[in-house]
Design a protein around this ligand. Sequence first.
Ligand code: IYR
Length: 229
Amino acid sequence: MNPEEKIINGYPFLRYYQQPYEADELIKRSQDFYTFINQRRTVRDFSSRPIPKEVIQNILLTASSAPSGAHKQPWTFCVVSNPEIKKQIRAAAEQEEFESYNGRMSEEWKDDLKALATDWHKPFLETAPYLIIVFKKVYDLGHQNEKRNNYYVTESTGLACGFLLTAIHNAGLVALTHTPSPMNFVSKILKRPENERPFLLIPVGYAAEETYVPKLERKSLDEFATFYE
Ligand code: IYR
């Protein structure tokens, strides 16, 4: 047996190594990463400039490296670059969004969105070179098509999406976490199985050349964190 391996509970484990950086190095690394990730912004204006499929494959592999309940990886990422399918998704999303903005959403909600300047028009669903549609798998199907449990499906899929957005920013691209509601139209258009539920629709690409993002403040540490020392 490989000396780095050990059987625990009857299952193979691998020895885990991580460089134990000194405090100064930990501080520098955490600061540098914060500076980098704090530049990420949600963008709504996309360039149609193509991006290599390999980038999409790499960011998906990053997403699927996220932790998940019982390591079930209860997610499916559908990647749409086909213009006809993008067109269908846009038409269906705009129809739902039109209903939402013109009746389903409360005045308070619409008021909260004013600073983001959103409306029911969703041209980015056709402009962006790729749409990643994330599905959470509420259960799995085994070899005989029997139902197999998944656990913490929403938390797990949310974590994978966080990794995905981080990878997109790291690659030098932008994304939008789009949430048309209700979203079951994507299950129909993409012919997804019963155990998959739409979670997020994420256009990915380069930002349009002249792009503006809302001038937002992020909460300060003491507004969102409490230390018990
Ligand atoms: N789903 C709608 C509305 C919307 C809701 C929230 I909360 C946002 O942060 C942004 C938009 C839309 O995509 O326009």
